[in-house]
Design a protein around this ligand. Structure first.
Ligand code: AMP
Length: 282
């Protein structure tokens, strides 16, 4: 596995690979890698000739009071995990943006709700870094986890709207043995927070199961979910149309998604689950 530290070197490597006829698969991450990230690498590895994984904690997607400075890091562990998944290049730049970088990519509509409402500017930061990473890595395909469901929908929309030459491959959410969604931020949790965090997926599963048993009223489903959650502060619990991310008016006919964001101390966790018919990724 090759370690590449600058955007210029990444472009040169990727251009070489593309000239030789190789296809490039790509998994963008912020590091502190876990089996959720590994699952995306395993998804892409058989579909491409070269696998590139990036580790870059993107300042553009953090708000002024968020955890940019204390975001967990583990360069050696990350390299070992990438090597174990057959990664060809670990792209870990100290800085990704050129001097004078002046571009921002904003995806409207889809970003007005959920995490977009509580983290202003977050998805513009995500879309901008992904657009630059797609350019720098020359990726033919890129995997994103549906752990970050809204992010996945935003990136798909950006790629479609801008006709970017990259295919987006969605990967299923990977959970820990206790059911908590794997996240680099779980490392911040105390033992008691960790126990309480289990109520997030339990609430989502309760919503999904009640819908499967015939409950179609979003208000009733959300009340059920809310009654199950223990946290310091609930940012949101919502049931939305899986395509538009607008509040679901009835559950049953169309794919819906139940999503939650909750704080344990300063740590904000997110989770989601499909409700009703499965979403077709087309
Ligand atoms: P991050 O490093 O948190 O920015 O995540 C990088 C990629 O890994 C994103 O596409 C995430 O959706 C994905 N990811 C993070 N956690 C999980 C998980 N538990 N299951 C599946 N994918 C995940």
């Amino acid at each position: 596995m090759e370690l590449i530290r600058t955007a210029e070197a990444m472009v040169a490597w990727a251009d070489d690979a593309r000239r030789s006829g190789a296809t490039i698969g790509f998994v963008p991450t912020m590091g502190f890698l876990h089996p959720g990230h590994a699952s995306l690498m395993a998804l892409v590895r058989p579909r491409c000739d070269r696998l590139v994984v990036s580790v870059y904690v993107n300042p553009l997607q953090f708000g002024p009071t968020e955890d940019l400075d204390r975001y967990p890091r583990d360069p050696e562990g990350d390299a070992a995990l990438c090597r174990g998944q057959g990664t060809d290049v670990l792209f870990a730049p100290a800085d990704l943006y050129p001097t004078g970088f002046s571009t921002s990519v904003a995806v409207h509509g889809l970003t007005d709700t959920l995490c977009g409402a509580s983290r202003p500017g977050h998805f513009a930061g995500v879309a901008t870094v992904c657009a630059r990473l797609f350019g720098v890595t020359r990726a033919n395909l890129a995997a994103f986890g549906d752990k970050d469901f809204q992010q996945l929908m935003v990136i798909r929309r950006m790629v479609r709207d801008l006709a970017l030459p990259v295919s987006i491959v969605p990967g299923p959410l990977v959970r820990d043995v206790d059911g908590v969604a794997l996240s680099s931020r779980n490392t911040y949790l105390s033992a008691s927070d960790r126990t309480a965090a289990r109520t997030l997926h339990q609430a989502l599963f309760a919503i999904r199961d009640a819908a499967a048993a015939g409950e179609t009223d979003p208000a009733a489903l959300l009340a059920l979910g809310r009654s199950r959650i223990t946290c310091d502060r609930l940012d949101y619990l919502e049931l939305v149309d899986a395509e538009t991310l607008q509040p679901a008016t009835a559950v049953g006919d169309r794919p819906a998604r139940a999503l939650v964001a909750a704080y344990y101390g300063k740590t904000r966790l997110i989770d989601n689950v499909g409700v009703g018919p499965a979403l077709s990724w087309g």
